[in-house]
Design a protein around this ligand. Structure first.
Ligand SMILES: Nc1ncnc2c1ncn2[C@@H]1O[C@H](COP(=O)(O)OP(=O)(O)OP(=O)(O)O)[C@@H](O)[C@H]1O
Length: 616
């Protein structure tokens, strides 16, 4: 069967509610559909052999219990003569049929094995695709999304929830595998005795209805469980990330309460979920045993005395029923498990949705470098629509100049700077680069010409060398060394146990604030950006580090267009333009000297800072 011939089947599938609800995940199967189809083919072949096995078993039992009766035949002459040995002696027939049973069993187990392996491959390929899709999603959404979402929940989704979703699909595959065996058995049962089959099916249907009601509760409990797990992960991550603050503020008791409460909520939700899902199997098992006993009694009381059933058929029927019962039980257990994965499933589906998240739409034009100026034209911005953080910003930043942003904490300096690399888009107004709207430029072509040096530079868990070369392709050793020297970082790198090869971050050496900043400066120097965004450190450094950093920042700033979130008087004095922000509005802008002469906001600000002995 070619993939083209499967089209009608896939169209039928797409019309189902199951497809529509899970479309966002199911469409991933197209990337490994051949493997998925092979898994199904192997599974169905194994089921077919299961059916043949039952037929041969009946032939065997009949030859054993009633050797005089007409041997069971398939109607295919050569099969009946050669394999079933209808013309041979009873003993010979028994040998041949036993051989057939053995052969069919071997083939069945072989195909079952292949079916399982291929469905596992399908399953893990799905998890892999989903992880990568989520990664792409997180890369594509605007930073605004992350400002509103708890990172612990996102980490939980990327790790544990994805696994649960892939497990849910693994179990679905298992249900298909077991379901096809079940069908093979049902067909065999119908051929053996339609009366007994009818009664069994009716009783099992009743049992299944009872289980379905129970599954509703399992599903509900699973949503609570997912919520509790996400919230726990979030609190745990916050606790680990904030451990220094927790200890410094002696808030261990407060954090303990929060952590314990989250952990207990998690425990309670998990117990509730597991209690609900675990009640399914015992119910299924008890019910199935009762059904089996009922059928036995019925057969002995009516069908056998009336001659409608011979003992060989009853024995085979019972054999099939015995084989069938664990399958029904496992299938019900699996249904319970799938229900308990509804929470993670819907959370992953929610994360994959693209219609309810903010995205930065990439532009078409290549940024070829700044020629004249960056202009803000009546720019408004708010992290949410009804709360503007920047209002009516009109500002020109000329190429090659340094612009210092000054203002009280929370005035909007960082937010204004964040609009230039398009971390966020303006809510109203425009930002123009040489007359072209920032939104029309290819984001990466713009960002490649830009470096941000900030006080909270992220140091990756890798070597010093890789940390400096981060974001610069094909950086050679000489250039890295030169950048480190210019950034005044070489002095301390040289002292590290393995120099440039020393591992930094979690697994290695921890750097001081000033050292981190010098790594950031070296990183920016190597990148050689045209536009530099400088978020000066507010934290006080010792005078030596301060001077070293100051010096390297001056080197870094030479010949570039610099936007500095300025806390140091030296930066403000050197700036070509000073922009004073107050509650998201520009209240003054101009040359430092001119503004001081005007005795306006900057002057007042300056006076105040002088009294405190600082500028920032
Ligand atoms: N991710 C965010 N989500 C929502 N609001 C934010 C976010 N980041 C900043 N804000 C808010 O925007 C306003 C401006 O913040 P911003 O960080 O730009 O100020 P700032 O002048 O740089 O302050 P500081 O000097 O303290 O860094 C503040 O009221 C702040 O609460």
């Amino acid at each position: 069967m070619t993939l083209q011939q499967l089209k009608p089947i896939s169209n039928l599938l797409k019309a189902t509610k199951f497809w529509q609800e899970n479309y966002i995940i199911l469409r991933e199967f197209k990337h490994f559909r051949r493997i998925a189809i092979l898994a199904l083919l192997f599974t169905f072949t194994a089921a077919a052999f299961e059916g043949f096995g039952v037929g041969f078993l009946l032939a065997f039992l009949q030859s054993l219990t009633d050797p005089q009766a007409e041997p069971i035949q398939t109607g295919i002459r050569w099969v009946d003569v050669w394999f079933l040995g209808i013309n041979a002696s009873t003993t010979d027939r028994l040998y041949r049929v036993s051989g057939l049973i053995l052969l069919v069993t071997l083939l069945r187990t072989g195909f079952t094995y292949l079916g399982q392996v291929y469905s596992e491959i399908t399953n893990h390929s799905l998890a892999d695709r989903l992880r990568k899709r989520l990664f792409e999603q997180f890369q594509a959404v605007s930073l605004q999304y992350f400002a509103k979402t708890r990172s612990g929940e996102l980490v939980n989704s990327l790790t544990s929830e994805i696994n649960q979703v892939s497990l849910a699909f693994g179990i679905t595959a298992f249900l298909i595998i077991r379901g096809s065996t079940l069908i093979a058995y049902l067909i065999s049962m119908l051929l053996l005795s339609w009366q007994l089959t009818l009664i069994s099916v009716m009783l099992f249907a009743l049992l299944s209805a009872a289980i379905t009601t129970l599954l509703g509760r399992v599903r509900e409990a699973s949503f609570e469980w997912t919520k509790a797990a996400g919230s726990y992960a979030s609190i745990a991550l916050e606790f680990i990330n904030g451990i220094r603050t927790v200890q410094a503020f002696a808030t261990q008791d407060f954090e303990r309460e929060r952590f314990y409460a989250a952990s207990s909520r998690f425990k309670k939700a998990a117990i509730k979920g597991l209690a609900a899902s675990s009640s399914v199997e015992p119910l299924a098992e008890g019910g199935a045993t009762a059904i089996l006993v009922g059928i036995l009694l019925l057969a002995f009381a009516t069908l056998i005395p009336q001659g409608q059933l011979n003992p060989a058929v009853l024995l085979t029927f019972l054999f099939v029923l015995f084989r069938l019962m664990p399958i029904v039980r496992q299938m019900n257990g699996s249904r319970a498990q799938i229900s308990s994965f509804q929470g993670p499933l819907s959370s992953i589906k929610e994360l994959l949705r693209t219609d309810n998240k903010p995205y930065l739409i990439d532009g078409q034009l290549q940024f070829m470098g700044l020629k004249r100026a960056i202009e803000f034209v009546s720019v408004d911005f708010g992290y949410d629509a009804n709360n503007l953080v920047l209002q009516n910003i009109t500002l020109t930043i000329k190429k090659g100049t340094t612009t210092a942003l000054v203002g009280a904490s929370g005035a909007g300096k960082s937010t204004l700077a964040d609009l230039i690399p398009r971390f966020y888009d303006p809510t109203a107004g425009q930002i123009l680069v040489d007359g072209i709207d920032l939104r029309d430029l290819k984001i990466n072509s713009l960002r490649r010409q830009l470096a941000v040096v900030s006080q909270d530079t992220f140091i990756f868990n890798t070597s010093v060398r890789n940390n400096i070369a981060y974001g610069t392709e094909n950086a050679d050793e000489k250039a890295i060394l030169q950048a480190a020297k210019l950034a005044n970082a070489w002095e301390f790198i040289r002292e590290l146990p393995e120099g440039f090869d020393t591992q930094l971050g979690d697994r290695g050496v921890r750097l001081s604030g000033g050292q981190r900043q010098r790594i950031a400066i070296a990183r920016a120097l190597l990148r050689d950006p045209e536009i530099l965004i400088l978020d000066e450190a507010t934290s006080a450094l010792d005078s030596v580090s301060e001077r070293l950093i100051q010096e390297s920042i001056e080197k870094l700033s030479q010949g570039r267009t610099v936007i500095a979130i300025a806390h140091r008087l030296s930066t403000i004095v050197r700036a070509d333009k000073v922009v004073v922000l107050e509650a998201g509005r520009i209240v003054e802008q101009g040359a430092y000297k001119d503004l001081l002469e005007q005795r306006g906001k900057l002057w007042k600000y300056h006076q105040m800072q002088h009294e405190l002995g600082q500028v920032g």
